[in-house]
Design a protein. Structure first.
Length: 275
């Protein structure tokens, strides 16, 4: 008898209303390809805790901001850690998976991150800017993001929000990884049309920048996206390290690169299940 194929519970919110994008198309593509290697079932993130015990692994993909179902996510996370359920990405990430504290820590350590503070006493560490960005530590998808003046900051930096200077960057660029292996990069050449992405060919310095944050994080397996902006002086600054459910923008790739990514993800999942 042939060996049983691994059973994978694929967590996605097919109806998530992303602005200017259809997250569901990406998951339809991925699951259609991954079925060649795994027995797959799809479920909404609210149902994952109740279903996961019947599967060899849970793959969390385009499941939307956790804030929309925080109680169910907490139950899923606690149950998976208690039972030893394999979750991909693993639940040990130190970046967005654990909240936004990492931006404060990396900024304080002097790494190439948009300068970030959260308290009035630290506002002096920020460079002068015409305007500042204030966003909740537990936010996602720009939920609660505000643009304010310097005079407003003392009354807002209460420890529950992140405060950053608004940077007039040239463009945003994202680097996509499976495990610790670089796959592709995409950028938005027009800052006002940030979801119109094009393929980007990174330099050696760009890849060194991105790998630095992948190496910093505590994930041995999984998909990560390093989001950065090109500052006026030409340097890259980290905007976000997405290690929970990064959208992959696979529709912006040509067929060869898209299929190469799917193959890399399948190999990664096989290694993860075997490990």
């Amino acid at each position: 008898m042939p060996a049983a194929r691994p059973r994978v519970l694929y967590v996605t919110d097919l109806a998530y209303p992303a602005r200017g994008r259809r997250y569901c198309d990406e998951d339809i593509l991925l699951t259609a390809r991954l079925r060649a290697d795994f027995d797959l079932a799809l479920c909404h993130p609210r149902d994952a805790a109740a279903l996961m015990d019947a599967f060899d692994a849970v793959v969390v993909r385009n499941s939307g901001p956790v804030l929309a179902y925080q109680e169910q996510y907490d139950a899923f996370r606690e149950g998976a850690l208690r039972s030893g359920t394999r979750v991909y990405n693993p639940l040990t990430g130190s970046a967005d998976m654990a909240g936004k504290q990492y931006l404060l820590d990396l900024s304080a350590a002097g790494l190439p991150v948009i300068p970030t503070v959260d308290r009035p006493a630290d506002l002096g560490r920020l460079p002068e800017a015409g305007h500042y960005i204030v966003k909740p530590k537990l936010g996602a998808d720009s939920i609660g993001l505000r643009t304010v003046t310097a005079e407003e900051l003392p009354g807002l930096a209460d420890g529950t929000v992140l405060v950053q200077p608004r940077i007039d960057f040239t463009y945003e660029v994202s680097f996509y990884f499976v495990d610790h292996d670089f796959q592709y990069a995409l950028y938005a050449p027009d800052p006002d049309r940030r979801w119109e992405l094009r393929p980007y060919e990174p330099t050696a310095e760009d890849l060194e920048f991105a790998h630095r944050f992948i190496a910093w994080n505590t994930l041995d397996a999984g998909i990560q996206r390093v989001d950065a902006c090109r500052a006026p002086d030409g340097s890259l600054l980290l905007v976000e390290l997405e290690d929970l459910n990064p959208y992959l923008s696979l529709d912006a790739l040509d067929e060869a690169r898209r299929e190469a990514f799917v193959a890399a993800m399948a190999r990664s999942l096989h290694r993860f299940l075997a490990g």
